[in-house]
Write a protein that binds this ligand. Structure first.
Ligand SMILES: Cc1ncc(COP(=O)(O)O)c(C=O)c1O
Ligand SMILES: N[C@H](CCC[C@H](N)C(=O)O)C(=O)O
Length: 435
């Protein structure tokens, strides 16, 4: 499932021993990606939904390095974007702009104009007022644009973290299901803005296919109602939110996840020529990356063992923000602690329970609480797994820490794909001038 494995007692990324990078002088913390894991995951998602011939628009918010985007674009991926900044980066990549979908509840005039002029594939409309604004701007530009209406299906997976639920009634995303049919009827004949279909994204990660089925049933119901009024849609975008393996590297049963979704949508593809769009982020990118950090200090506080790393919430905010779980293990453990498989909890004797914390001045700056780990020593390199999604993209300069480098490994080749920031970068935009 990913190409981060222990061989000869050391963690490897593809053909490269991970400890060789800091030993060559690369400062920790840094993000390390496996190009072949990225390729494999894209192909896997495509293959399980192959019967739908889907357009897979990778969710750029999960992982936005242009060099990683290029790897996916080379395999035919489109991109799912949510800002002018993401559009700008995608334009620097080799992605086909006609395979770009642009979502987001608060698009500015500049962002909408950029999307129209750049001829992105679809704008996902998230409010009645946004549709009106897109119509005005497309009218002024005299340019056609395809849009999808994002429905709010009122589907809730209670296993999804409260902070990453998006499909329930009252959420800020999409348009209330009850308003969508009338909105499409009233706007079906606009000369520039073509309503081509529906979009839904119900949160992330989603624990069962049943929630997709529930949302898709609502979409299909609308498609059928509109058909009776002679309004034809031909695109269904079922969003992202597919899971990733955070706790273990066992194979998730993708086939049983995709089967019922495919069954529901296949007749629309085969008999009515519908285009199906998916917007996976973490299911492609999460397991493609690790963060490598170093143990600065180990100490005891009361009866707690605390290990202080040089990377924390500024590099990886997910534990602080969502209480998210990331598997953590030394890059070069003592021989008796080498792992054959990453499966949590680790069944080994002689582990010590640590709070794993970062250097930032916040109590919420931790990467794991009460985590059994081999005894750690100053200078040990530590791998934090499954951080390829919502890792580097959410990094910050809080406490004026520089953001880390990103490295990509492709078999035995090592590429720096983002330089570590410098302290000069921290003050670059602090320019005082009178307005
Ligand atoms: C509209 C939309 N599509 C796709 C995604 C990607 O979600 P995931 O990374 O869980 O696949 C998100 C998550 O932010 C989203 O908001
Ligand atoms: N915005 C996404 C979830 C992003 C969650 C991500 N930031 C994480 O670290 O898990 C959504 O609406 O489904």
């Amino acid at each position: 499932m990913d190409l981060f494995q222990y061989k000869n007692g050391v963690l490897y990324c593809e053909d490269i021993p991970v400890n060789s990078l800091p030993e060559k002088g690369l400062p920790t913390p840094f993000y390390l990606y496996s190009a072949n894991t990225l390729r494999q995951h894209y192909k896997k998602i495509y293959s399980i939904f192959e019967k739908l011939q889907p357009m897979i628009c990778f969710s750029v918010k999960s992982s936005n390095n242009v060099h990683l985007l290029n790897e996916l674009a080379a395999l035919g991926a489109g991109m799912d974007i949510v800002s002018g900044g993401e559009l700008f980066v995608v334009k620097q990549s080799n992605a086909d702009l006609s395979k770009v979908v642009f979502a987001g509840v608060g698009k500015s005039d500049e962002e909408i104009t950029d999307a129209i002029v750049s001829e992105v594939g679809f704008i996902n409309i998230e409010s009645e007022q946004e549709l009106a604004r897109v119509q005005e701007l497309a009218g002024e530009l005299k340019r056609e644009v395809n849009v999808l209406i994002r429905i709010l299906p009122d589907v809730l997976d209670e296993k999804t973290n409260e902070k990453t639920r998006t499909g329930h009634k009252g959420a800020k995303f999409g348009i209330d299901y009850a308003h969508v049919e009338a909105l499409i009827e009233e706007n079906a004949d606009h000369p520039y803005v073509k309503i081509r279909g529906l979009h839904s994204h119900i949160g992330s990660p989603i624990s069962s296919y049943t929630f997709y089925v529930a949302a898709i049933q609502k979409m299909v119901e609308l498609v059928e109602h509109l058909k009776r009024k002679n309004i034809r849609l031909d695109v269904l975008n079922i969003g992202g939110g597919f899971p990733a393996n955070y706790m273990d590297n066992d194979n998730f049963s993708w086939e049983s996840f995709a089967g019922p979704i495919t069954e529901l949508l296949e007749p629309y593809v085969k008999n009515e020529g519908f285009k199906i769009i998916l917007e996976p982020g973490r299911s492609i990118s999460a397991n493609t990356g690790i963060m490598v950090t170093k143990v600065l200090y180990v100490k005891q506080s009361g009866d707690k063992h605390i290990v202080i790393l040089d990377g924390g919430m500024t590099e990886l905010i997910r534990p602080a923000m969502y209480n998210a779980f990331h598997f953590i293990w030394p890059v070069k453990p003592q021989p008796e602690h080498v792992l054959a498989n990453r499966n949590y909890p680790v069944q080994q004797e002689g582990l010590i329970t640590y709070d794993v914390v970062g250097p930032i001045c916040e109590s919420s700056d931790y990467l794991a609480k009460e985590r059994p780990l081999p005894a750690l020593r100053q200078g040990d390199y530590i791998a934090v797994f499954t951080v390829g999604a919502y890792g580097m993209v959410m990094a910050s300069n809080y406490n004026l820490h520089v953001r880390p480098a990103e490295i990509m490994i492709d078999k035995d080749k090592i590429y720096i794909i983002r330089e570590r920031e410098t302290q000069e970068d921290l003050v670059r935009t602090m320019i005082k001038h009178e307005l």
